[in-house]
Design a protein around this ligand. Structure first.
Ligand SMILES: C[S@@+](CC[C@H](N)C(=O)[O-])C[C@H]1O[C@@H](n2cnc3c(N)ncnc32)[C@H](O)[C@@H]1O
Length: 620
């Protein structure tokens, strides 16, 4: 009979398993992760050496590249043409001896195995070009921009040595601005492939969880995203996978989003999401490159928890969600889970002014429970004595604090002696806020033109949210005769058509259409960079004898060398050289400093735009 025999073998197997487990040393999760990672690393390195060798060899064999062509192109009629150099009567020495009177082009026809099966020659018609096509002088490439972008500082890594073949460039001095070469410590894309394969094997073959893998801190890359830095698993959803020999990840496999046992994932996800949107309230664009890290919410050190009494003072009537203001407040502590507490902590950290009534809605909890948690939190914080960091106030840094904008609250606008901005977080009634103007286009031809307009006087463009009488935002289609406010040209983007042509100093900017005195010709845009970057880039500017930097203040400049618009080609002129017909004006436009180039007299179409660079430009 089979049954007892099977039972015997089953129990024998079980015994063997138990024995095996007892004899095998227990492998810790860290050791397992380390060994799988090392194994994949070895496999990848072996594959990589062979693969690179194959690719390099393929460059040397004429038949190999042909086999990579589309099958339709692998016909025996494929030809290679060897052209005899175009002669020039100024006969460069290297070409002497070539019979330029009867040049020939030889044509070889290959079989699919690479053998030459036919050689013929053709006598081409030659058109001699004289000096009409002179090479354009070398220029640096420049990405087109329509708004200035915040760049901050260049990396401390040098991508390559500029002008390496030009002995007149002082490259030793230039390298002092950098710490290392890019290849020395930039990220390695192979590492992503290796870690990903290791993670897959650990998840599928060894049944580990994301927490197990991340928790032992062995892998050189993090799986989970942290406050704005994407983790490996989110990166892999955005890039193609490499097909390599050791890969076991099926093409159709998608890595599941990591599920983390700890409760703070909500905070991390919110911070990551937060960092995608510009916190400048006049902007709020996703992935904004204009305001950059200047306004990063996650590092705003001004945020603090206001006293509970202050928040409660703002509540005038009870909410409908078992409000703490009703007498029925239960004294028992709320029994909240870790996830509930996480949501509560994160929301009250991000928005410390939120009232318990609003928090209750966001946390999906009764209001009276929220106030008990708030009181508990306030007590803990009072004990730990949280310190506020002091930071240097950046240009236009919006204020964000509780209480009035004065010395008692350390308001940065008060310290700066500036008005509170549109995107400051103080109340709309704050007395420091700019109030706009009341100029009416009906009263004068252009409305806000002279310094009688407080906005013009303060070098601010009119603000469509404050200046209600001057049509500064747009001209209504229902009232097309409305004259748009003259002091809002930059924000409305009413620029002149321009072209770039040769000028006396390289290239220059020319008007395609006429401009009237006071018209905005264009906006000077570029990368906003800090002083160390201006200095490191200055060596290159000096060497090429072209500089595109516009100083904004002691710390920040606008550089149009690598990103800009046609305004970067505007040349300099002053009374001695000819007359400048335009001038640059820094204006505060809805909270941002922007540089408009305005016509200072009427200009005809075709005229070159010239402005005075100022007394320091050529001195430095
Ligand atoms: C902002 S760029 C102007 C565009 C520049 N012409 C070009 O080809 O890129 C400034 C540079 O132009 C040159 N430049 C402009 N106006 C000049 C002038 N009046 N005299 C001498 N050089 C001038 C200088 O080399 C200066 O560094």
């Amino acid at each position: 009979m089979d049954v007892p025999a099977d039972t015997d073998s089953d129990s024998a197997d079980e015994q063997n398993d138990v024995l095996k487990t007892l004899l095998e040393p227990e492998v810790s999760t860290s050791d397992l992760v380390q060994s799988v990672f090392s194994q994949v690393q070895t496999e990848f390195t072996e594959w990589n050496v062979t693969h690179c060798h194959q690719v390099l060899t393929s460059f040397t064999a004429p038949s190999t590249w042909r086999s990579r062509l589309h099958p339709d192109l692998r016909s025996p009629t494929l030809a290679s043409i060897t052209a005899i150099p175009n002669p020039s009567l100024d006969a460069r020495p290297a070409l002497q001896g070539v019979d330029f009177a009867s040049p020939l082009v030889s044509q070889e026809v290959y079989a699919s195995d690479g053998a030459v099966i036919e050689v013929s020659s053709v006598k081409p018609d030659i058109i001699y070009l004289t000096s009409s096509l002179e090479p354009h002088p070398p220029y640096e490439s420049c990405s087109p921009l329509h708004r200035s972008v915040f760049h901050g500082d260049d990396s401390d890594n040098m991508n390559f040595i500029p002008y390496a073949d030009d002995n007149t460039f002082h490259r030793d001095n230039h390298t002092f601005h950098y710490d290392s070469f890019s290849w020395q410590d930039t990220f390695d894309p192979d590492l992503e492939v290796i870690v990903l394969e290791a993670v897959y094997r650990l998840l599928i073959q060894h049944a580990l969880t994301h927490d197990d893998i991340e928790g032992c801190n062995v892998l050189p890359l993090k799986l989970r995203s942290r406050s704005g830095i994407p983790g490996l698993l989110s990166i892999t959803r955005r890039r193609d996978r490499l097909h390599w020999a050791g890969n076991t990840i099926p093409t159709s496999y998608t890595f599941p989003p990591p599920t983390w046992s700890e409760g703070s994932d909500f905070g991390n996800r919110l911070k990551t999401l937060n960092s995608l949107f510009c916190p400048n309230l006049s902007c709020v664009e996703p992935l904004c490159s204009v305001h950059g890290v200047q306004y990063s919410m996650s590092r705003n050190p001004m945020r603090s928890h206001p006293p509970l009494s202050h928040i409660l003072g703002e509540i005038t009537s009870p909410c409908r969600n078992q409000c703490f203001m009703n007498d029925k407040i239960k004294e028992a502590s709320p029994s909240w889970g870790e996830a509930d507490l996480d949501v509560f902590r994160v929301i009250s950290e991000i928005s410390p002014n939120t009232t318990p009534c609003d928090l209750a809605q966001l946390c999906l909890k009764p209001c009276y429970e929220v106030i008990l948690s708030t009181e508990a939190r306030t007590k803990v914080e009072a004990k730990s004595g949280v310190l506020l960091l002091e930071v240097a106030v950046l240009i236009n840094d919006p204020c964000h604090h509780t209480g009035p904008c004065n010395s008692s609250t350390g308001c940065p606008c008060f310290k700066n002696q500036s008005h509170c901005q549109r995107h400051c977080r103080c109340s709309p009634e704050c007395i420091r806020r700019w109030k706009g103007c009341h100029c009416s286009s009906a009263r004068s031809k252009w409305g806000c033109v002279t310094e009688k307009c407080p906005c013009v006087e303060a070098r601010r463009e009119c603000d469509p949210e404050l200046c209600m009488d001057c049509s500064c935002m747009w001209v209504s289609p229902n009232a097309p005769d409305d004259t748009p406010c003259r002091n809002s040209q930059i924000q409305r983007g009413v620029q002149k058509k321009l072209e770039v042509k040769r000028s006396s100093w390289g290239l220059g900017t020319f008007l395609v259409e006429a401009a009237k005195a006071g018209d905005l010709i264009t906006e000077y845009v570029g990368e906003m960079v800090y002083e160390p970057t201006v200095e490191s880039r200055a060596d290159l500017a000096t060497h090429r004898n072209r500089c595109y930097v516009f100083g904004l203040n002691n710390t920040l400049s606008l550089d149009a060398t690598y990103a800009g618009n046609l305004s970067r080609f505007i040349d300099h002129s002053d009374e001695e050289r000819g007359t400048a017909n335009s001038q640059a004006q820094v204006q505060l436009v809805n909270g941002d400093h922007r540089i408009g180039i305005f016509a200072i007299r009427d200009m005809e179409a075709g005229s070159q735009v010239l402005m005075n660079y100022g007394s320091q430009f050529f001195v430095e």
